[in-house]
Design a protein around this ligand. Structure first.
Ligand code: DP6
Length: 310
Protein backbone atom coordinates (compact mmCIF):
# COMPACT_ATOMS: atom_id res chain seq x y z
CA UNK A 1 0.00 0.00 0.00
CA UNK A 2 1.34 3.47 -0.83
CA UNK A 3 0.12 7.00 -1.14
CA UNK A 4 1.36 10.01 -3.08
CA UNK A 5 -1.53 12.46 -2.66
CA UNK A 6 -3.00 11.30 0.61
CA UNK A 7 -5.35 8.83 -1.13
CA UNK A 8 -4.64 5.18 -0.47
CA UNK A 9 -3.12 3.37 -3.49
CA UNK A 10 -2.33 -0.21 -4.40
CA UNK A 11 0.45 -1.03 -6.88
CA UNK A 12 1.02 -4.24 -8.82
CA UNK A 13 3.71 -5.09 -11.38
CA UNK A 14 3.50 -8.24 -13.45
CA UNK A 15 4.68 -9.73 -16.74
CA UNK A 16 3.11 -11.52 -19.68
CA UNK A 17 3.99 -15.14 -20.36
CA UNK A 18 4.22 -17.33 -23.41
CA UNK A 19 2.94 -20.91 -23.33
CA UNK A 20 4.95 -23.84 -24.72
CA UNK A 21 1.93 -26.14 -24.24
CA UNK A 22 -1.15 -24.00 -24.74
CA UNK A 23 -4.31 -23.67 -22.72
CA UNK A 24 -7.22 -23.73 -25.16
CA UNK A 25 -10.70 -24.62 -23.89
CA UNK A 26 -12.49 -24.37 -20.55
CA UNK A 27 -13.67 -27.06 -18.15
CA UNK A 28 -15.75 -24.62 -16.13
CA UNK A 29 -16.70 -21.30 -17.70
CA UNK A 30 -17.99 -19.65 -14.51
CA UNK A 31 -14.84 -20.39 -12.52
CA UNK A 32 -12.72 -20.12 -15.68
CA UNK A 33 -10.92 -23.43 -15.14
CA UNK A 34 -8.86 -24.54 -18.18
CA UNK A 35 -9.72 -27.84 -19.84
CA UNK A 36 -6.07 -28.79 -20.09
CA UNK A 37 -2.85 -28.00 -18.28
CA UNK A 38 -0.22 -25.69 -19.73
CA UNK A 39 3.47 -24.78 -19.39
CA UNK A 40 4.81 -21.28 -19.97
CA UNK A 41 7.71 -18.92 -19.44
CA UNK A 42 7.14 -15.57 -17.77
CA UNK A 43 8.63 -12.78 -19.88
CA UNK A 44 10.69 -10.65 -17.47
CA UNK A 45 11.58 -7.89 -19.94
CA UNK A 46 7.92 -7.06 -20.65
CA UNK A 47 5.80 -5.67 -17.87
CA UNK A 48 2.53 -4.09 -16.83
CA UNK A 49 2.34 -1.68 -13.90
CA UNK A 50 -1.06 -1.03 -12.37
CA UNK A 51 -1.97 1.55 -9.75
CA UNK A 52 -5.43 1.55 -8.15
CA UNK A 53 -7.27 3.89 -5.83
CA UNK A 54 -10.84 4.53 -4.87
CA UNK A 55 -12.74 7.00 -7.02
CA UNK A 56 -16.46 7.73 -6.81
CA UNK A 57 -16.44 10.03 -9.87
CA UNK A 58 -17.99 7.54 -12.34
CA UNK A 59 -20.00 5.53 -9.83
CA UNK A 60 -18.38 2.29 -11.08
CA UNK A 61 -14.89 0.85 -11.68
CA UNK A 62 -12.97 2.60 -14.45
CA UNK A 63 -9.68 1.79 -16.13
CA UNK A 64 -7.19 3.89 -18.07
CA UNK A 65 -4.61 2.23 -20.34
CA UNK A 66 -1.55 4.48 -20.57
CA UNK A 67 -2.60 7.98 -21.60
CA UNK A 68 -5.90 6.71 -23.05
CA UNK A 69 -9.50 7.58 -22.19
CA UNK A 70 -11.22 6.28 -19.08
CA UNK A 71 -13.18 3.10 -19.85
CA UNK A 72 -15.57 1.00 -17.83
CA UNK A 73 -13.59 -1.91 -16.31
CA UNK A 74 -14.16 -5.09 -18.35
CA UNK A 75 -15.68 -8.33 -17.09
CA UNK A 76 -12.26 -9.98 -16.50
CA UNK A 77 -11.16 -7.12 -14.24
CA UNK A 78 -14.57 -7.11 -12.51
CA UNK A 79 -14.20 -10.81 -11.64
CA UNK A 80 -10.99 -10.29 -9.69
CA UNK A 81 -12.22 -7.07 -8.07
CA UNK A 82 -15.35 -8.96 -6.95
CA UNK A 83 -13.15 -11.58 -5.31
CA UNK A 84 -11.44 -8.96 -3.14
CA UNK A 85 -14.77 -7.28 -2.38
CA UNK A 86 -15.99 -10.65 -1.15
CA UNK A 87 -12.93 -10.93 1.12
CA UNK A 88 -13.05 -7.39 2.50
CA UNK A 89 -16.68 -6.27 2.30
CA UNK A 90 -15.50 -3.07 0.58
CA UNK A 91 -17.85 -1.72 -2.12
CA UNK A 92 -16.20 1.56 -3.22
CA UNK A 93 -15.41 1.80 -6.95
CA UNK A 94 -11.82 1.92 -8.26
CA UNK A 95 -9.87 4.03 -10.68
CA UNK A 96 -7.36 1.63 -12.26
CA UNK A 97 -4.39 3.13 -14.14
CA UNK A 98 -2.32 0.63 -16.06
CA UNK A 99 0.73 0.88 -18.31
CA UNK A 100 2.60 -1.74 -20.30
CA UNK A 101 5.87 -1.58 -22.22
CA UNK A 102 4.47 -3.73 -25.07
CA UNK A 103 1.51 -3.38 -27.46
CA UNK A 104 -1.86 -4.60 -26.11
CA UNK A 105 -4.35 -6.97 -27.77
CA UNK A 106 -2.14 -8.36 -30.52
CA UNK A 107 -1.53 -11.82 -29.18
CA UNK A 108 1.11 -10.76 -26.66
CA UNK A 109 -0.83 -12.18 -23.74
CA UNK A 110 -1.72 -8.74 -22.42
CA UNK A 111 -4.62 -10.08 -20.34
CA UNK A 112 -2.14 -12.32 -18.48
CA UNK A 113 -0.01 -9.42 -17.25
CA UNK A 114 -2.97 -7.02 -17.00
CA UNK A 115 -5.09 -9.24 -14.78
CA UNK A 116 -2.21 -10.53 -12.64
CA UNK A 117 -0.94 -6.94 -12.11
CA UNK A 118 -4.46 -5.92 -11.04
CA UNK A 119 -4.65 -8.84 -8.59
CA UNK A 120 -1.28 -7.82 -7.12
CA UNK A 121 -2.46 -4.19 -6.89
CA UNK A 122 -5.66 -5.27 -5.08
CA UNK A 123 -3.65 -7.46 -2.70
CA UNK A 124 -1.40 -4.47 -2.00
CA UNK A 125 -4.34 -2.05 -1.63
CA UNK A 126 -6.17 -4.19 0.92
CA UNK A 127 -2.99 -5.53 2.59
CA UNK A 128 -4.42 -9.05 2.27
CA UNK A 129 -1.00 -10.66 1.64
CA UNK A 130 -2.50 -13.68 -0.09
CA UNK A 131 -0.08 -16.57 -0.72
CA UNK A 132 1.14 -17.05 -4.32
CA UNK A 133 -1.13 -20.05 -4.86
CA UNK A 134 -4.19 -17.99 -3.98
CA UNK A 135 -3.04 -14.99 -6.05
CA UNK A 136 -2.71 -17.40 -8.96
CA UNK A 137 -6.22 -18.85 -8.46
CA UNK A 138 -7.78 -15.39 -8.25
CA UNK A 139 -5.90 -14.30 -11.39
CA UNK A 140 -7.22 -17.39 -13.17
CA UNK A 141 -10.79 -16.33 -12.46
CA UNK A 142 -10.08 -13.22 -14.54
CA UNK A 143 -8.00 -14.86 -17.25
CA UNK A 144 -6.63 -18.42 -17.40
CA UNK A 145 -3.17 -17.46 -18.63
CA UNK A 146 -2.87 -14.78 -15.89
CA UNK A 147 -2.61 -17.57 -13.29
CA UNK A 148 0.86 -18.38 -14.65
CA UNK A 149 2.14 -14.78 -14.56
CA UNK A 150 2.13 -14.77 -10.75
CA UNK A 151 5.37 -16.77 -10.93
CA UNK A 152 8.69 -16.06 -12.66
CA UNK A 153 10.62 -18.54 -14.81
CA UNK A 154 9.00 -21.65 -16.25
CA UNK A 155 5.54 -22.22 -14.81
CA UNK A 156 3.30 -25.24 -14.94
CA UNK A 157 -0.44 -25.08 -14.58
CA UNK A 158 -2.08 -28.43 -13.92
CA UNK A 159 -5.65 -27.38 -13.07
CA UNK A 160 -6.60 -24.33 -11.02
CA UNK A 161 -3.33 -22.44 -10.44
CA UNK A 162 0.20 -22.03 -11.71
CA UNK A 163 3.30 -23.40 -9.98
CA UNK A 164 6.97 -22.56 -10.49
CA UNK A 165 8.70 -25.41 -12.32
CA UNK A 166 12.28 -24.20 -12.87
CA UNK A 167 14.59 -21.67 -14.47
CA UNK A 168 16.39 -22.46 -17.72
CA UNK A 169 19.57 -20.35 -17.76
CA UNK A 170 20.60 -19.23 -21.25
CA UNK A 171 17.09 -19.50 -22.73
CA UNK A 172 16.19 -16.41 -24.80
CA UNK A 173 12.78 -15.32 -26.08
CA UNK A 174 11.88 -12.45 -28.39
CA UNK A 175 8.77 -11.51 -30.34
CA UNK A 176 8.80 -10.91 -34.07
CA UNK A 177 6.10 -8.28 -34.59
CA UNK A 178 4.30 -8.79 -37.85
CA UNK A 179 1.15 -6.88 -36.90
CA UNK A 180 -0.08 -4.43 -34.27
CA UNK A 181 -3.69 -5.02 -35.27
CA UNK A 182 -6.16 -5.86 -32.52
CA UNK A 183 -7.08 -9.54 -32.65
CA UNK A 184 -10.40 -10.13 -34.36
CA UNK A 185 -11.57 -13.05 -32.24
CA UNK A 186 -10.70 -12.83 -28.53
CA UNK A 187 -9.26 -16.00 -26.97
CA UNK A 188 -12.30 -16.51 -24.67
CA UNK A 189 -14.66 -16.50 -27.64
CA UNK A 190 -12.20 -18.41 -29.85
CA UNK A 191 -11.74 -21.32 -27.46
CA UNK A 192 -15.51 -21.59 -26.96
CA UNK A 193 -16.06 -21.86 -30.70
CA UNK A 194 -13.27 -24.41 -31.07
CA UNK A 195 -14.60 -26.60 -28.23
CA UNK A 196 -18.09 -26.53 -29.73
CA UNK A 197 -17.22 -27.18 -33.36
CA UNK A 198 -13.78 -28.72 -33.93
CA UNK A 199 -13.33 -32.50 -34.13
CA UNK A 200 -9.56 -32.02 -34.27
CA UNK A 201 -9.85 -30.34 -30.86
CA UNK A 202 -11.30 -33.53 -29.36
CA UNK A 203 -8.24 -35.38 -30.66
CA UNK A 204 -5.99 -32.73 -29.07
CA UNK A 205 -7.62 -33.32 -25.70
CA UNK A 206 -6.74 -37.02 -25.86
CA UNK A 207 -3.02 -36.31 -26.34
CA UNK A 208 -2.39 -33.13 -24.41
CA UNK A 209 -1.89 -34.79 -20.99
CA UNK A 210 0.97 -36.92 -22.33
CA UNK A 211 2.40 -33.93 -24.15
CA UNK A 212 2.55 -31.99 -20.88
CA UNK A 213 4.52 -34.81 -19.23
CA UNK A 214 6.93 -34.92 -22.17
CA UNK A 215 7.34 -31.14 -22.14
CA UNK A 216 8.08 -31.13 -18.41
CA UNK A 217 10.67 -33.89 -18.85
CA UNK A 218 12.42 -32.16 -21.80
CA UNK A 219 12.58 -28.91 -19.84
CA UNK A 220 13.97 -30.55 -16.71
CA UNK A 221 16.53 -32.47 -18.83
CA UNK A 222 17.42 -29.24 -20.71
CA UNK A 223 16.84 -31.14 -23.97
CA UNK A 224 16.48 -28.06 -26.16
CA UNK A 225 15.96 -29.95 -29.40
CA UNK A 226 13.06 -32.09 -28.13
CA UNK A 227 11.61 -29.08 -26.28
CA UNK A 228 11.76 -26.86 -29.38
CA UNK A 229 10.12 -29.45 -31.66
CA UNK A 230 7.30 -30.09 -29.18
CA UNK A 231 6.72 -26.36 -28.66
CA UNK A 232 6.31 -25.82 -32.41
CA UNK A 233 4.02 -28.84 -32.73
CA UNK A 234 1.80 -27.63 -29.91
CA UNK A 235 1.47 -24.16 -31.44
CA UNK A 236 0.70 -25.66 -34.84
CA UNK A 237 -1.89 -27.98 -33.33
CA UNK A 238 -3.66 -25.18 -31.47
CA UNK A 239 -3.84 -23.07 -34.63
CA UNK A 240 -4.98 -26.07 -36.67
CA UNK A 241 -7.83 -26.50 -34.15
CA UNK A 242 -8.68 -22.81 -34.63
CA UNK A 243 -8.82 -23.31 -38.40
CA UNK A 244 -10.93 -26.45 -37.88
CA UNK A 245 -13.45 -24.39 -35.87
CA UNK A 246 -16.60 -23.32 -37.64
CA UNK A 247 -16.61 -20.60 -38.79
CA UNK A 248 -12.79 -20.94 -38.85
CA UNK A 249 -10.56 -18.69 -36.78
CA UNK A 250 -7.37 -17.38 -38.37
CA UNK A 251 -4.87 -15.92 -35.96
CA UNK A 252 -1.83 -16.40 -38.20
CA UNK A 253 -1.31 -14.33 -41.33
CA UNK A 254 0.97 -14.60 -44.37
CA UNK A 255 3.91 -13.08 -42.50
CA UNK A 256 3.42 -15.42 -39.55
CA UNK A 257 3.65 -18.33 -41.96
CA UNK A 258 6.85 -16.84 -43.43
CA UNK A 259 8.36 -16.70 -39.92
CA UNK A 260 7.45 -20.37 -39.44
CA UNK A 261 9.26 -21.26 -42.68
CA UNK A 262 12.26 -19.14 -41.66
CA UNK A 263 12.60 -21.04 -38.37
CA UNK A 264 12.42 -24.40 -40.13
CA UNK A 265 15.11 -23.19 -42.57
CA UNK A 266 17.28 -22.01 -39.64
CA UNK A 267 16.85 -25.45 -38.06
CA UNK A 268 17.80 -27.38 -41.21
CA UNK A 269 21.01 -28.94 -39.90
CA UNK A 270 20.60 -28.23 -36.17
CA UNK A 271 17.65 -27.14 -34.03
CA UNK A 272 18.47 -23.54 -33.09
CA UNK A 273 15.03 -22.07 -32.41
CA UNK A 274 11.32 -22.67 -31.95
CA UNK A 275 8.35 -20.49 -32.81
CA UNK A 276 5.07 -20.29 -30.97
CA UNK A 277 1.99 -18.11 -31.48
CA UNK A 278 -0.77 -17.19 -29.03
CA UNK A 279 -4.11 -15.85 -30.25
CA UNK A 280 -2.51 -13.44 -32.72
CA UNK A 281 -0.14 -13.23 -35.69
CA UNK A 282 3.02 -12.16 -33.82
CA UNK A 283 5.63 -14.88 -33.40
CA UNK A 284 7.54 -15.67 -30.25
CA UNK A 285 10.96 -17.10 -31.05
CA UNK A 286 12.62 -19.22 -28.40
CA UNK A 287 16.30 -19.89 -28.70
CA UNK A 288 19.31 -20.12 -26.42
CA UNK A 289 22.92 -19.15 -26.14
CA UNK A 290 25.09 -19.51 -28.22
CA UNK A 291 22.69 -19.53 -31.24
CA UNK A 292 20.73 -16.49 -29.97
CA UNK A 293 22.67 -13.64 -31.71
CA UNK A 294 22.52 -15.41 -35.08
CA UNK A 295 18.79 -16.22 -34.74
CA UNK A 296 17.88 -12.68 -33.64
CA UNK A 297 20.00 -11.10 -36.41
CA UNK A 298 18.25 -13.29 -38.98
CA UNK A 299 14.88 -11.68 -38.21
CA UNK A 300 16.30 -8.20 -37.69
CA UNK A 301 17.97 -8.26 -41.12
CA UNK A 302 14.63 -9.17 -42.68
CA UNK A 303 13.30 -5.85 -41.39
CA UNK A 304 10.98 -7.17 -38.68
CA UNK A 305 10.39 -5.23 -35.48
CA UNK A 306 11.78 -7.26 -32.61
CA UNK A 307 10.58 -7.11 -29.03
CA UNK A 308 13.06 -8.64 -26.58
CA UNK A 309 11.10 -10.56 -23.96
CA UNK A 310 13.61 -12.72 -22.05
C1 DP6 B 1 -3.55 -18.91 -26.84
O1 DP6 B 1 -5.90 -16.64 -20.85
O2 DP6 B 1 -6.47 -15.08 -22.76
O3 DP6 B 1 -2.65 -17.53 -25.13
O4 DP6 B 1 -9.02 -17.38 -19.73
O5 DP6 B 1 -10.52 -16.62 -21.54
O6 DP6 B 1 -8.90 -15.00 -20.51
P1 DP6 B 1 -9.18 -16.44 -20.88
O7 DP6 B 1 -8.13 -16.82 -21.99
P2 DP6 B 1 -6.60 -16.43 -22.12
O8 DP6 B 1 -6.15 -17.54 -23.19
C2 DP6 B 1 -4.83 -17.81 -23.49
C3 DP6 B 1 -4.76 -18.59 -24.73
C4 DP6 B 1 -3.39 -18.71 -25.34
C5 DP6 B 1 -2.66 -19.92 -24.80
C6 DP6 B 1 -2.01 -19.81 -23.45
O9 DP6 B 1 -1.56 -18.73 -23.06
O10 DP6 B 1 -1.91 -20.85 -22.79
Amino acid sequence: MSSTSGAREGVGVSHPNIAFVKYWGKKDEGENVPLNGSISHTLNMLHTRTVIRHSHAAGHDVIRYGEGELQRADSKAEKVIAHFRGLTGDRAPFLICTESNFPPSCGLASSASGISALVLALDDFYGTNLPAEELSRVSRQGSGSAARSIHKGIVQMRDTHGEFLCEWPGLKIFAVLVSGEKKRVGSTEGMKRTAETSSLFRQRQEGVGKRLCRMEAYILQRDFEAFALLTMQDSNEMHACCMDSFPPIFYLNEQSRRVIEDVHALNKDQVRAAYTFDAGPNAFIITREPAYPQVRRHFEEKGYDILDAL
